[in-house]
Design a protein around this ligand. Structure first.
Ligand code: ZN
Length: 184
């Protein structure tokens, strides 16, 4: 278990196209998935792709319940945020709805930037689980958006790529300045 460093835009490694994962999973890949979960919950975020940790494998995780305000009590102690961790390996969209939905998106690799992005409102997804079993299901709304955002990472695509050149330039400047401040 370890929290790894999340790559920040404009890091070239965020542009890598990730390779398919082979089964059975090696201990090394299992450790990557565990570290991804530790890192996402620590951030905290609702999704993370292996690409964001500099690992070029087609793996993403999400927990879209994480910040929904749902809490449970464990042994009468402090409330704990509900966890609904999902691991998506070799994900592939089989279909995307023509109708679009607009959501405000953010990304752990693009800190402090939140922008409205249009995406297909519903998707059909095929993916593999940790055992290598294949699943197919439909998703809509926030889940569909979160999945498309995460799987874009596996192809080296960031949500800010969908913004105007001008806006992208401003974001790049802001994050370079942020990095300079942190390093000084
Ligand atoms: Zn992201």
């Amino acid at each position: 278990m370890a929290i790894r460093e999340i790559l920040i835009y404009p890091d070239d490694k965020l542009r890598e196209v990730a390779k398919p994962v082979e089964f059975p999973l090696s201990d090394e890949v299992k450790a990557v998935v565990q570290d991804m979960a530790d890192t996402m919950y620590d951030a905290p975020g609702v999704g993370l792709a292996a690409t964001q940790l500099g690992v070029a494998l087609r793996i993403a995780i999400t927990d879209t319940d994480w910040r929904s305000g749902e809490v449970r009590h464990e042994d009468g102690g402090e409330p704990v945020a509900a966890r609904n961790l999902k691991v998506w390996i070799n994900p592939e969209f089989r279909w995307r709805e023509e109708g679009m939905v607009t959501c405000e998106e953010g990304c752990l690799s693009v800190p402090e930037v939140y922008e409205d992005i249009d995406r297909p409102a519903a998707v059909r997804l095929r993916w593999q689980d940790m055992e290598g079993e294949t699943h197919e299901a439909d998703f809509e709304g926030f889940q569909a958006v979160a999945l498309q955002h995460e799987f874009d990472h596996l192809d080296g695509i960031l949500f800010i790529d969908k913004l105007s050149r001008l806006k992208q330039g401003m974001i790049k400047k802001k994050l370079k300045k942020r990095k300079k401040l942190q390093n000084s």
